[in-house]
Write a protein that binds this ligand. Structure first.
Ligand SMILES: O=C(O)CCC(=O)C(=O)O
Ligand SMILES: [Fe+2]
Length: 498
């Protein structure tokens, strides 16, 4: 998908530019043809006007026949179909390229907007006004935009959002008659009524359909529907909503609740959280100590400031940019196969430790922070660089691979996660720990460190469940280094004790 990463969006922008160029070129060439056409018509018209049949001209018949048969025929050729065909071919070529958005991109962007509304509890009207959690953004949604979002939600059988978006679209069409299109309003009323019916509200469905029939007396469906709604209402049976309300797992509820909070660090423990400079007895760190900040005490979760430098961030982004691909997750139901999932919307790529000489310094600092060994084979995975676009998220999960079958056993489990934030996110995108009721907002250059295994290293720490809240505005870049149990035997026992 193109919409779910910054790189994809850059491609889309280039694609749009190509569309502009194709049509501009068509217009330019057509204008040239038109002026050539004018020139030729004027020339032949002049000759035509100068022709008098009764004049003493020996060539009169030759000229007249030649003009009509040869010269006017040539005029016809100036208007070539080729230009139109060429333009259509260029557009088709673009449409079948990988850089052209698909219907999935459109529904994906609509899903992202609906998700932001749900997770952050933002009213559709406020969202459409570009106001998100009290922040006014420069961009907003038109009546037509709301209509399209309504149709997209409808195609997903998501009648709640369909109803809200079409309601909003109709309000906006009413306020701005210029953009109102009669067919669109008719369709919006029709689907809005149907959504109300699907949501189990027959009287609203009846009201909207009556309004529909008042404005569009020729609508063929409305009379029958009105009759049906009246009949159902008279039966006085309370109709059951036809939509299945999916019950949210507890972890999702906790996730949503923490994502909504404005202060993510738990008030109860904030006064106890300390920050200090650490040198871990490393001579270099005595000169340039690490800045460590506690984010949680039990289990211990810490932040390191300046864990990644701006130049390194720039380098890492450049290294992955051209080859980002959609994130996969391990499928717990099917033998740990990797699958696409709505639980993780992001694009990523991996960097090997030998891909660039500067990886050495980055790993050196990782070692200083974690006191774990990042160099040995199987001690860590490659560095995973991830980009989330608007709506990008990672639902609550464990990094520990305990539940995912045997294929990871060789390396040992992921005992610790070191997550670097590569930018400040305009809004959203916090990392939240659902069992701990706390979260951390991305801050450029800062790294977050936590343990996924209990101190004895043999079992997943249930408290390590975490997720990434949806990005509301801007984009989010992170990179992650997972430390595996293998190779850490000498470092782990004492260091992970609390
Ligand atoms: O993006 C985040 O904040 C969390 C990412 C994460 O949990 C992961 O990649 O495993
Ligand atoms: Fe994770």
């Amino acid at each position: 998908d193109l919409y779910s990463s910054v790189v994809g969006l850059e491609k889309l922008l280039q694609t749009e530019n190509k569309i502009i160029q194709i049509y501009r070129s068509f217009v330019f060439k057509t204008e040239q043809q038109i002026s050539e056409l004018k020139r030729q018509i004027e020339k032949l018209e002049k000759e035509h006007k100068n022709t008098t049949i009764y004049e003493n001209d020996p060539f009169i018949s030759f000229h007249l026949v030649k003009r009509i048969l040869v010269e006017w025929a040539a005029v016809e050729n100036v208007l070539s179909d080729r230009l139109l065909q060429e333009t259509r071919d260029n557009i088709t070529e673009l449409q079948i390229s990988n850089d052209f958005p698909t219907n999935e991109d459109l529904s994906g962007t609509a899903d992202a907007i609906n998700l932001i509304s749900d997770i952050y509890n933002i009213e559709i009207t406020s969202l459409a006004d570009g106001v998100m959690n009290g922040i006014q953004y420069p961009s907003h949604l038109s009546a037509y935009d709301c209509y399209i979002l309504g149709i997209q939600s409808y195609l997903r059988n998501d009648f709640h959002h369909t109803y809200s978006w079409l309601d909003e679209a109709l309000k906006r069409f009413r306020n701005d008659r210029n953009t109102a299109d009669a067919d669109m309003i008719e369709k919006a009323l029709d689907i809005k009524a149907y959504s109300a019916y699907k949501l189990g509200d027959l009287s609203i469905a009846l009201n909207i359909t009556t309004e529909l029939l008042n404005h569009y007396p020729n609508n063929s469906e409305a009379p029958g529907n009105i009759e049906y709604y009246k009949y159902m209402l008279n039966r006085k049976e309370v109709p059951k909503p036809k939509v299945i309300q999916h019950s949210m797992p507890d972890s999702d509820i906790a996730y949503r609740n923490i994502c909504r909070k404005t202060i993510l660090s738990p008030v109860e423990i904030t006064p106890q959280l300390k920050c200090h400079y650490v040198h871990n007895d490393v001579p270099f760190l005595r000169l340039a100590p690490l800045k460590e900040e506690e984010a949680f005490l039990n289990p211990r979760i810490v932040l390191f400031k300046d864990a990644l430098y701006d130049s390194e961030i720039k380098l890492l982004k450049e290294m992955v940019k051209s080859e980002l691909h959609s994130a996969l997750v391990v499928n717990t139901e099917e033998d740990g196969d990797e699958i696409y999932s709505i639980n993780r919307v992001a694009q990523l790529n991996w960097i090997k430790r030998n891909d660039h000489p500067r990886m050495r310094t980055i790993l050196q600092r990782a070692e200083d922070m974690t006191k774990l060994d990042p160099y040995c084979t199987d001690c860590t995975e490659d560095l995973q660089v991830v980009n989330y676009a608007v709506g990008g998220l990672y639902k609550p999960h464990f990094d520990s691979l305990e539940d995912y079958g045997l294929r990871y056993v060789e390396k040992g489990d992921r005992i610790a996660t070191l997550l670097y934030y590569m930018n400040d996110v305009d809004q959203g995108g916090a990392t939240v720990f659902t069992k701990l009721n706390m979260g951390v907002l991305p801050e450029k250059g800062t790294a977050l460190l936590w343990y996924n295994q209990l101190p004895d290293g043999n079992k997943k720490d249930e408290r390590s469940m975490h997720g990434a809240c949806p990005v509301v505005a801007g984009t989010k870049w992170i990179c992650t280094l997972w430390f595996h149990a293998k190779g850490q035997e000498l470092r782990r026992p004492c260091e992970l004790k609390q």
